[in-house]
Design a protein around this ligand. Sequence first.
Ligand SMILES: [Mg+2]
Length: 406
Amino acid sequence: MSASQPPQPADVPTLLVKIFGKDRPGLTAGLFDTLAAYSVDVVDIEQVVTRGRIVLCALVTQPPTGMEGDLRATVHSWAESMKMQAEIISGIGDNLPRGLGRSHVTVLGHPLTSESTASIAASITATGGNIDRIFRLAKYPVTAVEFAVSGTETEPLRTALAIEAAKLGVDVAVVAAGLHRRAQRLVVMDVDSTLIQDEVIELFAAHAGCENEVAEVTAAAMRGELDFEQSLHARVKLLAGLDASVVDKVRSEVRLTPGARTLIRTLKRLGYQVGVVSGGFTQVTDDLRERLGLDFAQANTLEIVDGRLTGRVTGEIVDRAGKARLLRRFAAEAGVPLEQTVAIGDGANDLDMLNAAGLGVAFNAKPVVREAAHTAVNVPFLDTVLYLLGITREEVEAAETHTDTD
Ligand SMILES: [Mg+2]
């Protein structure tokens, strides 16, 4: 047989050998040692270990004529000696080919209830999708599981599951399967109430004694009730006369969102480029870029003259449209196609950026943002975004260092 003519198991008899029981070293080697005596070839193998119990399935070609009975007896006797249960099922060919249209569905629960899992699975089935595999991505800080689904297009599946997720109060992300999922990517984040827990302008306002006035305008702008640029100028004007030494104080007051360092560290270790765009100020984002090792950072700049804030901003205004424009610019600079970018934000001024990105993630967002984004995370841990990208907790922990922690 030439190398270009692999065996075609589609219509040949095959045996499915399933072993179940307490996991121990040497089981996989033991089973295949036993099968080797019958000159069968491996068509497929799946092995899963859950809390110390193993399920090992081997799909193998039929043994030579007259040997199947002997093979069955030998496998059962080996399994018994290992205190395992064995099941051997005759059949034809390989697994059924997976349907067209493949997606990864990530479900985050805190906790993940049986009811939620049942509803998500039922919704997948209702869209015509088939669940091919399920596995756990993480148990901390949330329970994250991934369903590999085939037989339905990604968009309708995303729409159906978004409605279900909102009803159930779990976070669900649907992304198209394919090589690009692990290709070089760019992640661009909003800063205020996304990367950090604070709204930077409110930190400045507290030093200027106009906290309440500024907070009111901010809230209205984030709900989408006010034009961002107008609200920016109105709020910055309230800071006129503030001593520039306040910049250092505000930098030290900024509190990172839990999981922010883990998110960035893991993404960087996996070769992602990471940037921030902010309707806040370069006086803070430049500092964050340096501290966190970010590749890109852009924001508005508070004008400082003679050691005092003038109440104006200088340079290019970063507003709702500006954030989307910067996402495109960073992507071009990073050499990453827009469809391989991820944007994360919480406010109405993030919506254009979230929609322009390949995957837009609403992070603990206002309802208007949550409803419009591709997916939403409603637990207060930024590192859970990693699971939406199919990155497992093991990979996160592999990127951990002992020198810095959240
Ligand atoms: Mg924000």
